[in-house]
Design a protein around this ligand. Structure first.
Ligand SMILES: NC(=O)c1ccc[n+]([C@@H]2O[C@H](COP(=O)([O-])OP(=O)(O)OC[C@H]3O[C@@H](n4cnc5c(N)ncnc54)[C@H](OP(=O)(O)O)[C@@H]3O)[C@@H](O)[C@H]2O)c1
Length: 256
């Protein structure tokens, strides 16, 4: 067994939606360190370009700005990616949104925005990229990694109805798509992060000391925790993990 190659991503191409900051960026840095060519996407072009520039310190990183919440946007991203590569080894469906509002006032806009991006987009973006994923699946398997959330597994007391539903849906969609895409040598799995500092999780970012009190591990997640999980699933090491959701939360789901 050659364990030095087990977690290598050398020669692989990866597309990470929402790679300009937060969890997507943590994964991008990890993939680059393992030798992958990484393409990151986000709506804000300047921020995406800047992130790619900074990440280029670790390897080949390209910015492909796009709004993937619509089918047109997702297709535009596929077209932009296809200008650089003719195959795709790893897709990370990470871009996500959240919305919190009291039950009585929860708006339809807060439902559609969240469910479109968190649940519909991973399906249609993967569908659009399947020919390129199949092309990559030669002597190794292609990978799709969906970034779900522990809020799709246990109930967060915050009133984020559409978010919780979208993430629970994504976990089941991961299982369903995994069965179908196994036939194409494409392995689909997911990660359910707990608390990681980001613009979305401002509580973890700005009040990490309070948040950590509720985490059995005694701390919030750091980039190495997220990169480690994503590298495992993306590389040869994770080939036999199919349709599963890897919980990376310092034990929170067992405690709350
Ligand atoms: N942080 C946590 O504690 C935590 C916990 C569990 C799960 N997650 C999940 O992890 C993923 C990343 O979250 P995060 O915390 O890193 O959030 P974040 O800091 O808000 O980052 C979100 C990323 O997605 C991009 N994005 C948002 N809407 C987009 C769209 N319509 N099209 C393309 N890109 C879009 C953002 O860039 P633009 O704004 O420029 O588009 C940004 O790059 C999400 O799926 C989230 O649900 C996070």
């Amino acid at each position: 067994m050659d364990t030095t190659q087990l977690f290598s991503l050398k020669g692989r191409s990866a597309l990470i939606t929402g790679g300009s900051r937060g969890i997507g960026r943590m994964i991008a840095e990890g993939f680059l360190a393992q030798g992958a060519r990484v393409y990151i996407s986000a709506r804000k072009a300047a921020a995406c370009d800047q992130a790619a520039k900074e990440l280029s310190a670790f390897g080949h990183c390209v910015s492909l700005p796009a709004d993937v919440s619509t089918l047109e946007g997702a297709q535009a991203l596929v077209a932009a990616y296809a200008k650089h590569e003719d195959a795709l080894d790893i897709l990370v469906n990470n871009a996500g949104a959240a919305w919190g509002a009291p039950y009585d006032e929860f708006p339809e806009s807060g439902w559609d925005k969240v469910v479109d991006l968190n649940l519909k987009t991973p399906f249609f973006l993967t569908q659009a990229l399947t020919p390129m994923l199949k092309k990559a699946a030669t002597d190794h398997l292609a990978k799709v990694i969906n970034i779900a959330s522990i809020d799709g597994i246990s109930v967060n007391p915050q009133e984020t109805y559409s978010y919780a539903a979208s993430k629970a849906g994504l976990i089941q969609l991961t299982r369903r798509m995994a069965l179908r895409l196994a036939q194409e040598r494409i392995v689909v799995s997911a990660i359910a992060p707990g608390a990681f500092a980001s613009d979305m999780n401002k509580l973890a970012r700005d009040h990490g000391d309070e948040v950590k009190e509720r985490i059995p591990a005694g701390r919030i997640g750091v980039p190495e925790d997220m990169a480690g999980a994503a590298i495992y699933l993306a590389s040869r090491a994770g080939d036999y993990v199919m349709g599963s959701t890897l919980v990376v939360d310092g034990g929170v789901t067992h405690a709350r």
